[in-house]
Write a protein that binds this ligand. Structure first.
Ligand code: 9B3
Ligand code: ZN
Ligand code: ZN
Length: 429
């Protein structure tokens, strides 16, 4: 009997050791709620040190009393951070005990043939495979899909926009959707792929998407920040910014959603290159920002709707984020996102907050939606997709379909409203 037990232990030694070892030294995501100003200050300090990655809020600046902080703590800083919290009587919960396992799960099954299985759209894909998919989608749909090169990234990767166009009606309007401004928000590029696939599959069979596509072309930029996205696949899953370098600092990257020319680099952005919300050297200093801005400037007379897709926290936002002032058509925009959020709640039993950016999340300048709005695109939105912090940026692939269907419902609801509002009446009065 004893011998058997010893044998069992020996056979499972690797597993036993691994478990013991792992509970000691794993990466974790902590949820921490500071209760006093002193605790706030400690947390601000912690989140800028020890190689931690702040998930929520986006910058230490926004940490405040009685509001949850989500902090990614790598194994090598775990003990120091927890000690520090303990010493200042700051309680924490473990949000994710094993993020590395989730990360691994998200990178699995990214086969080299993007069409290898029916669940291609329910997985995350490397940048290489997204480029491959763009090419294939165009080849397979030569009459409806065109690929437009609008520029290139800091590391010289191409920025491709897909143009979906089902007819050549005169004076046709258009809608723009960009995904992947922020590298770690992987559900965002997944949505752009989902949207294209849905449009191509259900044009003619789904009434709403048919009506939308009959009346407007759609421009889709699946990965606005390819360098950052690539970096999240190869080096650091928590990267947010682009990957541009600057002579004057060793820190890398500009927050592309602070680099647009809308109250640029005022409160809510930072001129410090080492922060996550660095606004860059000047508005549109980054090639990715410039490519998008140039394209939209040259298409501003036809583009009626602007969508930018982010995660996480489940919000449907519209301008302004860069000021507390109300947009000129504030009530119209509010009504649109209210209806979209209501539909999501009815169909998917999921709650989305909605409102102007500054009132709903935080005052933040330099964002693409505000810039597009000021350019004259009166229907301009930023969506923050799933979830509300259970998995955060590490949303498992099994959640992709629901997250994308919710966002799709919101896009369809808003686009249909715009078509309805702007269509010439069929029977003249
Ligand atoms: C930020 C800005 Cl500046 C904007 N105009 N609209 C939305 C946001 C929120 C996203 C961000 O860049 O912080 C959420 Se990830
Ligand atoms: Zn974002
Ligand atoms: Zn976000």
């Amino acid at each position: 009997m004893k011998a058997l037990l010893i044998l069992f232990v020996l056979m499972n030694l690797d597993k036993l050791l691994k478990t013991a070892h792992c509970t000691e030294t794993q990466d974790q995501v902590l949820s921490i709620t500071p209760k006093t100003q002193e605790q706030v200050d400690i947390l601000k300090n912690v989140s800028t040190q020890y190689e931690t990655a702040l998930w929520q809020p986006v910058s230490p600046h926004y940490i405040k009393e009685d509001t949850q902080v989500h902090l990614y703590v790598p194994a090598n800083s775990s003990e120091t951070v927890k000690d520090l919290l303990k010493r200042h009587a700051i309680t924490h919960e473990v949000l994710l005990a094993n993020p590395n396992e989730l990360i691994e799960m998200q990178m699995r099954n990214d086969s080299t043939d993007p069409r290898s299985s029916s669940t291609f759209y329910e997985r995350y894909h490397s940048l290489e495979n997204i480029y491959f998919w763009i090419n294939r989608t165009q080849q397979d749909n030569p009459d409806t899909v065109k690929v437009i090169l609008i520029g290139s990234s800091f590391e010289k990767r191409p920025l491709y926009v897909l143009k979906l166009s089902v007819n050549n009606r005169p004076n046709k309007k258009a809608m723009w959707i960009d995904c992947g401004i922020h590298a770690r928000e992987w559900i965002s590029p997944a949505f752009c792929l989902w949207f294209v696939q849905y449009s191509l599959s259900f044009y003619q069979s789904n009434k709403e998407i048919t009506n939308i596509l009959d009346n407007m072309d759609v421009y889709i930029l699946p990965v606005l920040n390819p360098d950052g996205y690539h970096y999240t696949w190869t080096t650091n899953r928590m990267w947010r910014k682009n990957r541009s370098t600057n002579m004057s600092t060793k820190c890398i990257g500009v927050d592309l959603n602070r680099n647009f020319d809308a109250n640029w680099c005022t409160e809510g952005a930072s001129d410090q290159p080492c922060t996550e919300i660095y606004c860059g050297a000047f508005p549109e200093s980054e090639p990715e920002t410039q490519a998008v801005a140039d394209f939209l400037r040259s298409h501003k007379d036809i583009v009626q709707i602007y969508f930018s897709i982010h995660s996480y926290s489940q919000m449907l936002l519209f301008p302004y984020s860069c000021t507390l002032e109300e947009a000129e058509n504030h009530s119209e925009l509010l009504e649109m996102v209210r209806e979209a959020a209501q539909k999501i709640q009815r169909h998917y039993r999921n709650i989305y907050k909605y409102g102007s950016g500054a009132n709903t999340i935080y005052l933040a300048p330099g964002g693409s939606d505000d810039w597009a709005y000021k350019l004259g695109i009166k229907y301009s939105f930023t969506f923050e997709l799933q979830d509300r912090g259970s998995y955060g940026f590490l949303l498992p692939p099994s959640h992709i379909s629901k997250a994308c269907n919710e966002a799709l419902l919101a896009v369809k609801t808003i686009a249909l409203k715009v078509v309805e509002k702007t269509q010439a009446p069929t029977t003249p009065a």
